[in-house]
Design a protein around this ligand. Sequence first.
Ligand code: CP
Length: 336
Amino acid sequence: MVTNLLRKHFLTDDDWSKQELDTVFEAAFDLKKKFAMREPHRLLQDKTLFSIFFEQSTRTRNSMEAGMTQLGGHAHDLTADKMQISHGEAPKDTAIILSRMGHGIACRNCFYGEGKKYLDEMAKNATVPVMSLQDDVYHPFQGLADLMTIFEHFDKNPKGLKVTVSWAYADTHSKPLSVPQTQILLFPRYGLDVTVAHPKEFPLSKNIVEKAYKNAEAGGGSLKFTNDMDEAFEGAQIVIPKNWGGFGFYDVDYYLQNENACKEEMKSNLEKYHSWICDEKRIKLADKNVKLMHALPADRGHEVTDEVLDNPDISIVFDEAENRLHTAKAIMALTM
Ligand code: CP
């Protein structure tokens, strides 16, 4: 167990060693047990977290805020429009000022080509830990909750487990790349065999894929890609069908210079792939004990059918969502 994580930033799981992540899981399981037993665990009494959201959130916002309350502290639920951020105040200044007033800064900024840079700038200037609540590249808290759920439903040593991360159709909004990117970086470090399926116009970022291959080699897992959703489902023990936008199809600078044209092209590409859905037919291709995971919110009837999502023998999405609370509390208790 690692005991010196005070003030360590949590911007990506990739910045944390395996030993450090194991410590987080140990703490998360302990906090989950205390929560179930209604045992007080006021480890952050009188401490303040500033939680800044540039986008909407249900799970992340409430896991951080409820988590801080349960740990005996308080989280300010902030949005960019409530702050001088909306008048252009620099992330550096925001980070310095909030560091003088509290004990942790958490932020979600998913704007493509901007979010991760914004968080890095805050982390460079903050004297308290900065946590990513999701950016355009990573969603580190989601990765922790996913892995905790896998440990619970399969094994604490899940080496060789076959996980399929598949793009799926959705018409709600262009979801960030950060969830699948976090999963392909993290899962192979724990020995999981990951298959990623996506239409050719919806790739993940090249640099992340390269890093994920390296993580797989070092961690004993594996990573492979296909453009065929059925093939990816064959024999899978976990399936994660989820939409993401076609951002990875473009160089970041090109995207930022031609944003409207890229968005139009992404929209027309999307319409070609209505058939990319996780339904009972595809579930039958997978292992007989397959489990469905999804970071949520799910686009019901597009990404996944109600029949699959609501099947208690298959779906573990609500355990996954609950584990956002326990893993968030572990990170906050260890770093703040
Ligand atoms: N999975 C997830 O991050 O959900 P929210 O967008 O509701 O926070």
